[in-house]
Design a protein around this ligand. Structure first.
Ligand SMILES: CC(=O)N[C@H]1[C@@H](OP(=O)(O)OP(=O)(O)OC[C@H]2O[C@@H](n3ccc(=O)[nH]c3=O)[C@H](O)[C@@H]2O)O[C@H](CO)[C@@H](O)[C@@H]1O[C@H](C)C(=O)N[C@@H](C)C(=O)N[C@H](CCC(=O)O)C(=O)O
Ligand SMILES: Nc1ncnc2c1ncn2[C@@H]1O[C@H](COP(=O)(O)OP(=O)(O)OP(=O)(O)O)[C@@H](O)[C@H]1O
Length: 500
């Protein structure tokens, strides 16, 4: 495709060369440039992509997009734009033929609940024999097969990869794509130049303040999704920021659909019956009412499944199929997942790693816990003062909602795990909670199991579906379901050998 067509209508200055260059590929990483490619230089948080232009040219780049005044000593075209991350999204969408417009694309944003809402929507669409694509924390998939497109980011990929994924999905005959849209992605323009038919807002509670600095800034980042939607904006009316978003988008052409339990909403849940392993409720929609069964406990899964009912309603799917789709989700990996259960104790793994989700996970389990509620958790937050409020808040929540906390490591990465644990433990103690600090997460799990007594419930929070732990720069295998199984098997074989 000609460079002229890729940048037509964008604001740019030509620093050197001309626009009649045929572009064979696009890369934002110099190591991935191929002959005749376009290299987009990004000013990163860690390094400056402009430093790698020479490398990109060596590998055959025919043109470069920059956001700084740069002269390249070679026969290449160099264009300067205001923001190369945004430009990357636009040129990638053009290069792949605006593939998002070929899909019924549903974008889900919010602090918590994106992944589980995605599962429910996918299941509903599949009940309708649709070919569904998914992009999110659980990876990029078509049906249950991983998408072959390479992606380097965990939740919402960089715009170039995203556009390539949409193109691959469209080519594979995918009709609907359900995608988690993180606030990082929105503020770094990864989803720019993407057209969503439906946008969903689950909730907003404190998180990622290392990037967004204030809740208002975080809200504004999430709200960007609703400037990219064409047909429906589906918003949780029970959440304070949800109501703020409703006020913001009321005048938009995109139709507003609200959902909730407490407030008057277009899609509303009533008659909720909570059980230890499932929840039933009546969902009311403008198209009628239906009984919904969710195979997960607690109000959070009423909200997440209700958001999926709202998507079904907006996609013209009948309510019976919506109910069947939600019922078909038997469990979600690492979401209040019972990984061990016997007459003595229940052990649950959950991905709760924010203040709100930890509080919700513990209060969901409390009514169904006859003995003590034991919590194993760590905190991953920004280093130093920026992360202190999260460490303190999570310590306080643990003290208020658990009977005993084993404070351990999450993914300490480059931070000192002892220092994190000391700060979190001090917060548990200050709020009157009983605790023990154990740096090694496996030992912490073992300790919780050893101290548990009849009818206790152990919640291992923070890592959910993840199968590794990042300590320093090293990623070690860490599968909590397997670890629990191993510990319980070792206990059984010890106790049977003692009996002999
Ligand atoms: C904080 C953040 O979002 N970082 C993203 C950012 O990285 P960065 O700015 O540090 O990149 P950098 O290393 O400084 O490099 C700058 C540029 O130089 C280029 N480069 C670098 C080296 C080289 O030899 N040649 C070269 O061209 C890089 O490819 C890049 O284009 O830009 C990179 C390129 O787009 C992203 O891959 C990277 O996401 C990393 C992988 C990441 O972990 N992001 C997380 C925080 C994230 O986005 N998470 C959210 C989910 C959050 C949640 O809800 O839990 C997500 O959507 O995944
Ligand atoms: N609606 C909700 N409100 C509050 N907490 C929730 C909600 N839904 C799920 N959670 C909690 O948040 C955890 C993560 O849920 P989920 O993976 O669905 O969210 P997410 O938005 O995809 O998270 P992330 O962006 O971190 O991957 C769950 O394990 C649960 O503890």
């Amino acid at each position: 495709m000609l460079l002229a067509a890729l940048v037509e209508g964008l604001e740019y200055g030509t620093l050197q060369g001309d626009l009649h260059v045929d572009i064979s590929d696009i890369a934002f990483d110099s190591r991935e440039v191929s002959k005749g490619g376009l290299f987009v230089a990004i000013t990163g948080f860690t390094v400056d992509g402009h430093r790698y232009i020479e490398k990109a040219v060596e590998l055959g780049a025919a043109a470069v997009l920059v956001e700084k005044d740069i002269h390249v000593d070679a026969d290449v075209t160099v264009l300067k734009l205001q923001d190369t991350r945004q430009a990357l999204a636009e040129v990638a969408a053009r290069f792949y033929g605006r593939p998002s417009e070929k899909l019924n694309l549903i974008g889900i944003t919010g602090t918590n609940g994106k992944t589980s809402t995605t599962y429910f929507i996918k299941s509903i669409l599949e009940q309708n024999d649709r070919k569904v694509g998914v992009i999110g924390t659980i990876g990029a998939m078509v049906g249950n097969e991983p998408l072959r497109t390479k992606s380097t980011t965990p939740t919402t990929p960089e715009s170039l990869h995203l556009q390539r994924m949409f193109a691959d999905m469209a080519e594979a005959g995918v009709q609907d794509c359900v995608m988690e849209v993180s606030s990082h992605a929105l503020s770094l323009h990864r989803a720019a130049a993407t057209r969503f038919k439906i946008g969903v807002f689950t909730n907003l509670t404190p998180d990622h303040l290392e990037l967004h600095k204030t809740m208002e800034e975080y809200f504004e980042a999430k709200a960007m999704l609703f400037d990219l939607t064409s047909d429906f904006n589906i918003i949780n009316v029970d959440n304070d920021f949800g109501r703020q978003l409703i006020d913001k988008v009321k005048g938009y052409d995109t139709k507003l659909v609200t959902y909730g339990i407490e407030e008057d909403a277009d899609i509303r849940a009533t008659d909720i019956r909570y059980e230890a392993d499932r929840t039933t409720y009546l969902a009311h929609t403008p198209a009628g009412s239906i009984e919904i069964t969710v195979n997960l406990p607690g109000s959070i899964y009423v909200y997440n499944s209700l958001a999926a009912v709202a998507c079904a309603y907006c996609s013209g799917i009948n309510l019976e199929h919506a109910a069947a789709g939600i019922r078909a989700v038997e469990r979600i990996k690492g979401r209040l997942e019972v990984v061990y259960h016997d007459d003595e104790r229940k052990i649950i793994v959950d991905f709760a790693h924010t203040e709100d989700s930890l509080e919700k996970a513990l209060s969901t389990l409390r009514p169904f816990t006859q003995g003590r509620l034991l919590l194993v958790f760590g905190v991953y937050a920004a280093p130093g003062a920026v992360g202190s409020p999260k460490r303190e808040a999570m310590g306080k929540i643990a003290a208020e909602h658990a009977d005993f906390s084993i404070v351990t490591s999450d993914n300490p990465k480059d931070q000192d795990p002892d220092a994190i644990i000391a700060e979190v433990s001090a917060a548990v103690a200050a709020a009157g909670g009983a605790y023990r600090g154990i740096v090694d997460r496996r030992e912490a799990i073992q300790f919780a199991i050893d101290m548990s007594e009849k009818d206790d419930v152990i919640l291992i929070a923070g890592k959910g579906h993840e199968t590794t732990q990042v300590i320093g720069k090293t990623e070690i295998p860490f599968n909590e379901a397997e670890i629990v199984t191993e510990i319980m098997a070792a206990r059984k074989s010890n106790s049977s050998s003692k009996k002999v």
